[in-house]
Design a protein around this ligand. Structure first.
Ligand code: NAD
Ligand code: GLY
Length: 355
């Protein structure tokens, strides 16, 4: 078992990673103010992992609240239904919410926790690779609006993140691969050595070797914790975590949410950002090849849908949350292990790459 801390003063919290965290009752019990716990989950995850969690919490008043599975349910309407359940079941202000599921459940539960009675404690128990390496850490919580993804939300930190890597054994291969796009992201923006480590451990990662997964997830959480500790509210450094996301969100929106998984769109977006970097002279051809090959090794998409060109990308990117003073902000690698946030991308260059 390994533990690290997201250092945010009085809002600091631990991330615990092991192949059996869900069986270790104290990991959760230590963070409960009272014995009233509401676990928000969906039928898929409930069917697979609720029993293990319930067994660990014997003696605690654990109540499950299930919401439908899918990004399309990450909405104010679902949020209202969860709050309705909490009220009907007399949730006290010191009750704890526990998010058991992927990023959709984590983001939704976090925002309910931030809002219910002006804020109650919550714990993240992420069960997808993407949520274990990214969304459960750092306190971004949100629901979607019909006009934009994650447009309604809050920064609200959990009390603890408890990662059980055994949950990845039931995750569909496509979802695992989508999570790998966010893993590879950390290597590109922050840690060249970690990027090489991923290249050298492909087989063990694909075989879900427990030690390898724990090391990989630990390093991702460590990088994210370092970044969030320095820039919790995304005034600068944290924006680097959005590598591939400006282009990726455009792909997700154009294709209809749910058709391309978030991580798949981030993969294609990262390759586009890398080609932009190459054209600016910031990445060599061999570095672009390594970035492309690592994504391809997990069967991730390495190009945008053929139906999308400059016009379609621009239409979506102009509405991105990262637009500031009318300028689209791009995250572009500068070598493997480093990246910058810039609006200084020549329109002709962008047109060339996107077409
Ligand atoms: P998801 O939550 O939709 O989970 C993917 C699928 O896997 C779902 O069908 C889910 O029910 C299923 N599942 C979950 N755990 C499982 C398990 N152990 N075994 C089998 N099936 C399992 O998707 P995701 O990729 O985890 O998260 C995507 C969401 O995360 C998006 O809404 C995105 O906006 C958000 N996100 C948030 C942040 C953040 O910082 N808050 C960062 C990245 C992404
Ligand atoms: N996933 C991006 C962030 O947490 O900032």
């Amino acid at each position: 078992m390994s533990t690290l801390t997201v250092e945010l003063g009085e809002r600091s919290y631990p991330i615990t990673i092991s192949e059996d965290s869900l069986s270790q009752a104290h990991l959760i019990r230590d963070f409960l103010k009272t014995r009233q716990v509401f676990v928000v989950t969906n039928p898929t995850v409930y069917g697979l992992w609720a029993d293990k969690l319930s067994a660990a919490l014997t003696g605690i008043d654990v109540q499950f609240i299930q919401v439908p599975d899918g990004e399309e349910y990450k909405t104010l309407q679902t949020m209202e239904s969860v709050i309705g359940e909490l009220l009907q079941r007399h949730a006290a202000r010191d009750a704890t919410l526990l998010a058991l599921g992927g990023g959709v459940i984590g983001d939704l539960t976090g925002f309910v926790a931030a809002s219910f009675q002006r804020g109650i404690p919550f714990i993240q128990v992420p069960t997808t690779l993407l949520s274990q390496v990214d969304s459960s850490v750092g306190g971004k919580t949100a629901v979607n609006h019909a006009l934009g993804k994650n447009m309604i939300g809050a920064f609200y930190q959990p009390k603890a993140v408890i990662i059980d890597t055994e949950t990845l054994k039931t995750l569909p291969a496509r979802e695992f691969a989508a999570g790998m796009a966010e893993v590879i992201k950390y290597g590109i923006i922050y840690d060249a050595e970690f990027f090489s480590w991923l290249e050298n451990n492909l087989d063990a990662i694909k075989a879900l070797n427990s030690d390898t997964l724990q090391k990989m997830i630990y390093r991702c959480c460590q990088i994210k914790a370092e970044i969030v500790a320095q820039d919790e509210r995304e005034k600068g450094l944290r924006a680097l975590l959005n590598l591939g996301h400006t282009f990726g969100h455009a792909i997700e929106a154009e294709q209809g949410y749910g058709n391309w998984l978030h991580g798949e769109a981030v993969s294609a977006g990262t390759i586009i950002a890398s080609v932009v970097a190459q054209k600016k002279g910031w990445l060599s051809a061999s570095e672009v090849s390594r970035i492309t090959a690592l994504h391809a090794a997990f069967d991730l998409p390495i190009s945008a849908p053929k139906s999308m060109g400059y016009a379609q990308f621009m239409q979506h990117m102009q509405h991105d949350k990262k637009v500031e003073a009318g300028q689209i902000r791009f995250i572009i690698p500068q070598g493997i292990g480093q990246a910058v946030v810039t609006s200084d991308i020549d329109d002709a260059l962008l047109r060339d790459v996107l077409n």
